[in-house]
Write a protein that binds this ligand. Structure first.
Ligand code: FMN
Length: 194
């Protein structure tokens, strides 16, 4: 399968980066092809501008958006990897969704106003870490809110079949031992999913 890993974390020594690297390594070892888009590293511009709207309205897709859309179009599975920030995604990841999953590429409407989900046939997966304990977010409904915004608001809307959201909680200042446990659990999950 062709995998696209879209990654958002600015720190080179982050747990999220270790998650990205393990995911890439395990998928490749299983014979999958993997493309990584590291949004901070490539300096992705997350701001959807008036100019974006007007050029896309004329059917001209800005070059940086087109490049990312080509990666999405080529992928069978799109995996978003990011830490939970303010009960959602880092702004750079949200801006990637705003700009890349654009009208006419990821979704459209028929003249009768019916939604067309243009990315049908692809699968989507999310890997998150968060400072709060999973149990607390599950009990107070926050986990469900995060799931719903991503899985229904983004994946379902565009026709991508959601594979779920794997979230590692209580990871604030994760030590070496906790990090190892997380990466081993992640690897097991990847081998089960694909
Ligand atoms: C700007 C910012 C916002 C955050 N918001 C939340 C939050 O809403 N809920 C939560 O559980 N943790 C929150 N955290 C904690 C991060 O999720 C946690 O530090 C991260 O998952 C740890 O992974 P890392 O070592 O790869 O950064 C926040 C951290 C930052 C820097």
């Amino acid at each position: 399968m062709k995998h696209l890993l879209v990654f958002a974390h600015p720190r080179r020594t982050s747990l999220n980066r270790a998650i990205l690297e393990r995911t890439e390594h395990v998928l490749e070892s299983m014979g999958h092809s993997v493309q990584v888009r590291d949004l901070y590293k490539i300096g992705f511009d997350p701001v959807l501008t008036e100019e974006d709207f007007s050029s896309m309205g004329r059917g001209q897709i800005p070059e940086d958006i087109k490049k990312e859309q080509d990666f999405v179009a080529a992928a069978d599975v799109i995996t978003l990897i990011y830490p939970v920030w303010w009960a959602g995604m880092p702004a750079i990841m949200k801006g990637y969704i705003d700009r890349v999953l654009a009208y006419g590429f990821a979704y459209a409407y028929t003249p009768q106003g019916e939604l067309q989900s243009l990315l049908a046939g692809k699968k989507g997966w999310i890997i998150n870490t968060q400072g709060e304990a999973e149990e607390i977010y599950r009990k107070n409904g926050m986990s469900r809110s995060i799931d719903q915004a991503a899985e229904e608001g983004i994946f379902d809307f565009t026709g991508i079949s959601p594979l779920g959201r794997l979230c590692f909680g209580s990871v604030q200042d994760a030590g070496e031992e906790q990090g190892k446990k997380i990466l081993d659990e992640l690897e097991k999950k990847i081998r089960g999913l694909f």
